[in-house]
Write a protein that binds this ligand. Sequence first.
Ligand code: NAD
Length: 294
Amino acid sequence: MTTIAFIGLGNMGNPMAANLVKAGHAVLGFDLMPEHLETARNNGVTVMANAAAAAKDADVVITMLPAGKHVLSVYEDIAPRMKKGALLIDSSTIDVDSARKAHAIAAKNGLHSVDAPVSGGTGGAAAGTLTFMAGGAKAAFDAAEPVLQPMAGRIVHCGDAGAGQAAKICNNMILGISMIGVAEAFVLAEKLGLSHQALFDVASTSSGQCWSLTSYCPVPGPVPNSPANRDYQPGFAAALMLKDLKLSQEAAQQAGAVTPLGAEATQLYALYSALGNGGADFSGIIRFLRGEQA
Ligand code: NAD
């Protein structure tokens, strides 16, 4: 049994913490929102008064927070009070620069650290099938792997500090761009009188094949469990896609990478969200491309 502090018990954090409890770990939790603490308590998490109290005697601290500034402020608060040699795992999706700063805070305080963002959404968090993309030293990764296991379908060591966040935003930039591409193809097919099913049957086994088409088809019918079949209830909300695309563009600018389609996808998701669709699934962008009101 490992003593794990879990900080950030929102849509993702609470089901992840619940899986750690089920795996037999002692889980101490903290969140700023009382209703999230109530859910955590019902899931068997020991609720603490603040982040430092949760982290003080923990072997491992996992953070699942909105953005880099939250992670850095929590790390500044807890790292000096933790046991030397303990492990920090940040599973939030944050910018690469903040992720590297978080590793530096850990190192300065004699702690091991891993950035380990996830894909798989709230469904994957509940089912314990998330993909973790990890960055950090090999020894830290080796210590993190068994802790992540009860929450994971797959765990990939991507490289040194920040590599997990880098993998996450590169992957999600592909996803944002490919969803727009697939949606445009369906809009064109509609104008040409080609049925959704016919385009799907051809493209899903041809060179247009991709996850946005075959697992997450943006029109109802061909993939029965895709959000298009439930009026674009998420799934993966457009606001979260926009967040990840913005992170990709921030990183591209800092690193000097040329990503014109990433930039265009960011603008399209910004427009789609500004029209009031931030809470809809990101595949709903097809409605925007048709010129429909949500
Ligand atoms: P959420 O807003 O539901 O949860 C974040 C929680 O952090 C909130 O409960 C908030 O009260 C808490 N919090 C903020 N500052 C805090 C602090 N200083 N101390 C303690 N708690 C604090 O968000 P979420 O959907 O759970 O996402 C968490 C992270 O995971 C984000 O970085 C997001 O981008 C990423 N992510 C989300 C999904 C998804 O489908 N929801 C998928 C993959 C990755």
